[in-house]
Design a binder for this molecule. Structure first.
Ligand code: C2E
Ligand code: CA
Ligand code: CA
Length: 509
């Protein structure tokens, strides 16, 4: 096996044990001197032997860190990198390692306000606290003016949950208040991490870099952010100006949710809403999500977008409840990077509590392609937790992404959203009708609900209902609209549905 630790040679370990032994004969020889009395030559010989032993003991090489027994090593970056397993070690030995990178949030503000000496004292204290938060075999080092790099000692069963627990512990312990020269601050730490199976081709250097990239993203979504490195992450280089504009738009609500209703095909009643992101730009007008979501992801602001959409969606539902307008649930779209946020389920729980809404009123839309490709443990955990809490899981753009039935089960999907490409001109295309019927029959067998999306005409709407699709969404019903217009639309629709009271088509699940 490759020597994964820093070079602590066996020789140096032996010398460590010899050091106390070198001093052990001293009491015995001292007694001999007393017994020998005036025999000066004996005294001189004994003193020489003692001195020799002492010199040998003192010259024995000191072992490398831990600097203090029982504590991990504060060391240099090369040693941290060496502790991380490389791709071949991962395959050969089945060892898993993890690199973490920490960044002190608002470091520049602290430096500007309290000076370099203060910041240095703070970093020193954080290093000390970090030593107490890690285990003895782990290693860590300073990186840059306001960061640390950490290598968790490789293990066969290093699970994501263990790495998350370490990250949370670090954030809690380093986040305690710090006082120096009568000035107190509450430091906040953003953490990025990289687990070795996620980066099988990376060596230790690459893993630490990957964790540092993730930490930068965590910090942009932070303060106190937590982010996992992914090999498919988009490049995160955007100009400061672009990032600031996006941040501003998310904070002020220029980027916000518009809502598109979904109908139950059996009753014609509204059965849900989909929240869709829009940028109401003061100069450029309404910008569709395709034009700004990739930039948001590149800027590492996906978690902020998800947060904004979640808040808008739940606030809308609450408002409708207050107005006495019944809408069973609202759906939000979560992309791959959003689903990789380790704090996602906690954040959603918190927002649901804050709005006093049960989880069953929130639906999470996940692209079929994400489910098809994913063996990502964080995503699997997040989706499992969300469905366990009672959130609905809709598989978006179904029919385009080759999700295996096993994955549909594994992710506890509740409904299939049949992609628009199957619905467009459905009434004129027999082949499409056969495909939609096949999807509906499979959904029936698997006891999954169904939604047809992109329903643009009355003819398509009637046909999806007749074929047995449970719900429908599309321009034929309504275009996505701002929250302010929604109550009026919903009231009018309820009135029309009440008057018609005729199902749109055949009974559907
Ligand atoms: P999607 O989730 O498949 O959303 C449905 C898209 O189809 C929406 O486009 C909607 O406006 C459009 N649409 C609805 N009915 C019809 C119809 O009858 N005909 C046609 N031609 N189009 C219809 P939009 O809002 O531009 O969203 C595009 C995509 O952007 C969404 O596709 C979704 O993947 C993504 N997206 C939107 N909002 C969010 C968000 O908050 N977060 C994330 N991660 N992605 C979002
Ligand atoms: Ca969607
Ligand atoms: Ca879709």
């Amino acid at each position: 096996m490759r020597n994964l630790r820093a070079p602590v040679s066996m020789a140096s370990v032996k010398w460590t044990f010899r050091q106390p032994l070198a001093l052990a004969p001293v009491p015995l020889l001292t007694l001999v001197v007393f017994w020998a009395g005036q025999h000066l030559w004996v005294v001189a010989g004994v003193v020489l032997v003692q001195a020799g032993w002492l010199v040998m003991g003192l010259r024995a090489p000191q072992p490398e860190a831990p600097l203090r027994p029982g504590y991990p090593r504060l060391t240099d970056i090369e040693t941290v990198q060496r502790l991380l397993p490389s791709g071949d070690a991962v395959e050969g030995d089945g060892l898993r390692g993890a690199a973490l990178a920490l960044l002190l949030d608002e470091a520049e503000t602290i430096r500007g306000r309290h000076g370099s000496r203060y910041t240095e004292a703070l970093m020193h204290e954080l290093g000390h606290r970090l030593g107490q938060a890690l285990r003895e075999q782990d290693a860590y080092c300073r990186v840059g003016p306001a960061g640390f790099g950490i290598a968790l000692f490789p293990q066969r069963h290093l699970e994501l949950s263990a790495v998350l627990a370490v990250a949370h512990r670090i954030q809690a312990q380093l986040g305690q208040s710090f006082t120096y020269e009568s000035v107190t601050v509450w430091p906040s730490i953003s953490v990025g991490f990289c687990l070795s199976p996620r980066a099988a081709q990376l060596n230790g250097i690459g893993m630490l870099d990957a964790a540092a990239q993730a930490a930068e993203r965590a910090q942009r979504a932070g303060p106190g952010g937590l982010y996992s490195y992914s090999a498919v992450d988009l490049p995160s280089r955007l100009s400061g100006e672009q990032q600031a504009a996006l941040r501003h738009a998310l904070e002020t609500g220029e980027i916000c949710a518009h809502f598109q209703p979904q109908l139950c095909t059996r009753t014609g009643q509204v059965s849900g809403l989909e929240a869709l992101a829009r940028w109401e730009h003061p100069d450029d007008g309404l910008i569709p999500p395709a034009r700004f979501i990739p930039t948001i992801e590149a800027a590492g602001l996906s978690a902020r977008l998800a947060e904004r959409m979640l808040r808008d969606a739940l606030a809308m539902l609450k408002r409708l409840d207050t107005l006495g307008i019944v809408v069973p649930n609202v759906a939000i779209n979560l992309s791959g990077p959003e689903l990789r946020n380790p704090q996602l389920a906690d954040e959603i729980t918190w927002e649901l509590d804050r709005h006093d809404l049960p989880a069953s009123r929130l639906v999470i839309e996940i692209l079929e392609t994400v489910v098809a490709d994913s063996d990502d443990d964080i995503m699997v955990r997040n989706i499992a937790r969300l469905s366990g809490m009672g959130c609905g899981i809709d598989l978006d753009d179904f029919g385009t992404g080759h999700a295996a039935i096993a994955n549909i089960r594994r992710f506890a999907v509740g409904r299939l959203k049949i992609d628009r490409s199957f619905i467009t001109n459905l009434h004129q295309d027999k082949e499409r009708q056969r495909m939609v019927s096949a999807i509906l029959s499979m959904a029936g067998q698997l006891e999954l609900g169904t939604v047809a999306e992109g329903v643009e005409s009355e003819a398509e709407l009637a046909l999806v209902a007749q074929l047995g699709c449970g719900h429908a969404q599309g321009f034929a019903i309504a275009r996505p609209m701002p929250g302010a217009e929604l109550p009026r639309w919903l009231r009018e629709n309820a009135r029309a549905a009440g008057q018609t009271a005729v199902p749109l088509g055949a009974p559907a699940s």
